[in-house]
Design a protein around this ligand. Structure first.
Ligand SMILES: Cc1ncc(COP(=O)(O)O)c(C=O)c1O
Length: 405
């Protein structure tokens, strides 16, 4: 079982009396991340690529960050591309892969994803790529494999979809979907941003071709990483200088290089996560170890969110958008709701007064909120928890909602 006090003690930003329920927007950084970031800037901030020892040490610190990011996905460092954000990485990959598509090739996007994993693929229409839309089921607000089936054809090159929408928190069965996409001869490109803070990501067992996540939502710095199967990254068109060769991965897909201090801070995420492993002696992460740690996180999170979900489901004025249960196999603790007779923008300012931090809007899942018919109600109110939230904070939120609604 997760030791909440020990976990919270690792986050300097949790010392305030604000209850943070906007974690799907961004989590606060863990202390080992902050220490590595400042440590790099204090000790290693010299140029890379020189023969002097300081330069070699700086490269080693960044390489350790690359290995840590790979470990978080159970990938090899040579299959990981770093970037400033998921939005930037998807845009870059749409250029890099789109350059290999021919007019008439097909790409499938959803109407449930964050726009970061829709817009860049839709942009390929300008190159003659045909874009099809895999729509969520209105009754479950989830994607069904059955509905993808008629969209697949022998021209399908790539299907871009979400592991878990950042609004509803519903978990999709990525392994089954990715297997079907591969069988159809296409590539899966999965947005794992809203999933990765809550569960272990194992790109090998998921069988995906591409997977992307933002580490500033996984207790890390403002930074994102993309996994791509090595041969596909080699196939992709380079986005850097002409003299970077086809096999110069990830360099050819990291124009301008990476942000050194941010990448160097990434082992701090693994260090923090492994510290949750009770009685563990070593900070060394592994896929099995992360799977065990995140199993505890999942059990704890579902216990944490259950009273809030029950309250929202039972409240006569509230509609919960998503799975109406705290089942950790079906959802993460990201909860979206709307209130009859109230615009979603009305409630958060009143919660601000009680130092409860959450937000309203479309959260850049613009098409999903539009197709849910909620745009003219200012979207939804989203309470997004992670394991470092406390039962007392959840109780404060429920009490406030009971008084205000
Ligand atoms: C599900 C999802 N995908 C993509 C993004 C975009 O991430 P970034 O801010 O790293 O561009 C977000 C950001 O909120 C998100 O929640």
């Amino acid at each position: 079982m997760l030791d909440l006090n020990a976990a919270r003690a690792s986050f300097p930003a949790l010392r305030s009396d604000w209850a943070l329920f906007d974690n799907a927007g961004g989590t606060v950084p863990a202390r080992p991340v902050i220490e590595r970031l400042t440590g790099y800037m204090e000790r290693h901030a010299v140029q890379h690529g020189a023969t002097y020892a300081l330069s070699r040490d700086a490269v080693a610190a960044v390489d350790a960050g690359r290995r840590a990011a790979a470990c978080l996905f159970n990938a090899d460092p040579g299959e990981i591309v770093h970037g400033a954000s998921t939005t930037v990485l998807v845009q870059r990959m749409a250029c890099a892969l789109g350059a290999r598509f021919a007019p008439g090739d097909e790409v499938i996007v959803t109407n449930l994803d964050h726009e970061a994993n829709i817009g860049p693929w839709r942009g390929l229409e300008e190159r003659g790529v045909v874009v099809k839309e895999w729509r969520f089921r209105p009754e479950t607000l989830a994607l069904e494999l059955e509905d993808l089936e008629p969209l697949l054809s022998d021209r399908t090159r790539l299907v871009a979809f979400t592991h878990c929408p950042n609004v509803t928190g519903t978990i999709h069965d990525v392994a089954s979907i990715a297997a079907r996409i591969r069988e159809a001869g296409a590539w899966s490109f999965v947005d794992g941003v809203a999933f990765a803070p809550h569960r272990a990501v194992d790109v090998r067992s998921l069988g995906v071709d591409f997977y992307v996540a933002s580490l500033y939502k996984v207790y890390g710095p403002h930074q994102a990483v993309l996994f791509g199967r090595r041969e596909l990254l080699e196939h992709a068109k380079g986005q850097c200088h002409f003299f970077f060769g086809e096999h110069d991965v990830p360099g050819k897909l990291e124009p301008g290089g990476v942000n050194h201090e941010l990448v160097a801070s990434l082992p701090g995420i693994c260090e923090y996560l492994t510290s949750l492993d009770e009685g563990a002696q070593s900070p060394e992460p592994s896929a099995e170890r992360l799977a065990g740690i995140f199993a505890d996180v999942a059990a704890w999170e579902s216990q944490l969110i259950a009273p809030l979900i029950d309250f929202l489901v039972e409240h006569p004025r509230v509609t919960l958008h998503g799975v109406p249960a705290a089942d950790p196999a079906r959802r993460v603790p990201t909860v979206a709701f709307s209130v009859d007779g109230m615009r979603s923008s009305e409630l958060p300012p009143r919660l601000d007064e009680r130092r409860l931090a959450l937000r309203w809007g479309h959260f850049y899942a613009y098409r999903a909120i539009r197709d849910m018919g909620l745009m003219d109600r200012d979207g939804v109110i989203r309470a997004s928890l992670v394991h470092y939230n406390s039962p007392a904070e959840v109780e404060r939120l429920i009490t406030a909602l009971a008084e205000l609604l």
